[in-house]
Design a protein around this ligand. Structure first.
Ligand SMILES: C[S@@+](CC[C@H](N)C(=O)[O-])C[C@H]1O[C@@H](n2cnc3c(N)ncnc32)[C@H](O)[C@@H]1O
Length: 273
């Protein structure tokens, strides 16, 4: 199997078991202005009528996009299990929802005014091919807008979780480690420019926003433990990680029982020439 094929096989297997994991974990996250990262992305493409969501998962972002009247919406994902949930959303009854790969889009040239992607572009292999496909299906002047993960804010529960996770994974047998996913260049402005410029995009606009996920410890654990890395770990190892996490965040829990937790997202937008 090629590297990309094994990455995609891993993603498909993971989402067969957890088809709505990202929306459940991050849908309630809030930026300082009160919007979720899904709403921040929705607002990047306001007024654009024909919109494609790449790696649409269970369709939460498409549902936000459907709030604007007269839109033609499409979503594409590797996971038929996630798409099955998207198809159940009444707001998406008119949307074209396709199982497929971002590297080979089943859409005609110039058929979208915008392409969006929430926490998915950073997972995709053969990223130059993805960029070329996005450019092909966008009309001239079309825009790509995506949210990619930017790691922990620091000094909060996600930061402590990542430290615990790193040592857990170092000790785990190789069979319980996930394949390296995606292309690191999608996680920085310069890297994304390097990928998108040859495909015909203007320079990327880049903004970093902290997303607050604070809450009761069980809720924070549910969010942080939704990371792909936990998928192949055996039950006992996950239980040990959970116990260590609960003890690690005790000193930062407020008297009301809130554990401070946040992660950064980068919002990247680029216009096709
Ligand atoms: C972290 S989830 C995010 C799902 C959704 N966008 C959200 O934020 O709720 C990443 C999604 O991207 C999809 N994905 C990853 N690589 C893909 C590819 N090459 N082509 C299509 N979908 C892909 C996965 O199947 C998964 O549903």
């Amino acid at each position: 199997m090629t590297t990309t094929a094994s990455q995609e096989a891993f993603l498909q297997a993971f989402h067969a078991e957890h088809p709505a994991v990202t929306a459940e974990a991050f849908g309630r996250g809030r930026a300082p202005d009160g919007r979720s990262s899904y709403e921040l992305l929705r607002d990047q493409v306001a007024g654009r009528r024909r919109v494609l969501d790449l790696g649409c998962g269970d369709g939460l972002l498409l549902e936000f996009l459907a709030q604007e009247d007269g839109r033609q919406l499409a979503g594409l994902d590797l996971s038929r299990h996630s798409l099955a949930l998207a198809r159940r959303r009444p707001a998406l009854s008119g949307a074209r929802l396709e199982e497929g790969r971002a590297q080979a889009l089943p859409f005609a040239d110039g058929s979208f005014d915008a392409c969006i992607s929430h926490m998915a572009l950073m997972l995709m292999g053969e990223i130059e091919q993805v960029a070329a496909e996005i450019a092909r299906v966008l009309c001239p002047g079309g825009v790509l807008a995506c949210v990619v993960g930017g790691g922990a804010v620091g000094g909060e529960a996600f930061d402590r979780f990542l430290t615990l996770l790193r040592s857990t994974i170092e000790e785990a047998p190789a069979s319980q480690r996930i394949p390296a996913l995606g292309d690191r260049r999608t996680r920085s402005r310069d890297g994304l420019d390097e990928v998108l410029t040859p495909a015909g995009f203007a320079a990327v606009d880049w903004e970093s926003v902290p997303i607050d996920l604070s809450g009761p410890v069980e809720q924070v654990w549910a969010a942080v433990s939704s990371l792909y890395d936990l998928g192949p770990l055996d039950g006992r190892t996950v239980e040990r990680l959970r116990t260590a996490f609960f003890s690690e965040v005790r000193d930062m829990t407020t008297p009301e029982g809130t554990v401070p937790c946040a992660f950064n997202v980068h919002i990247a937008t680029a216009q096709l020439h």
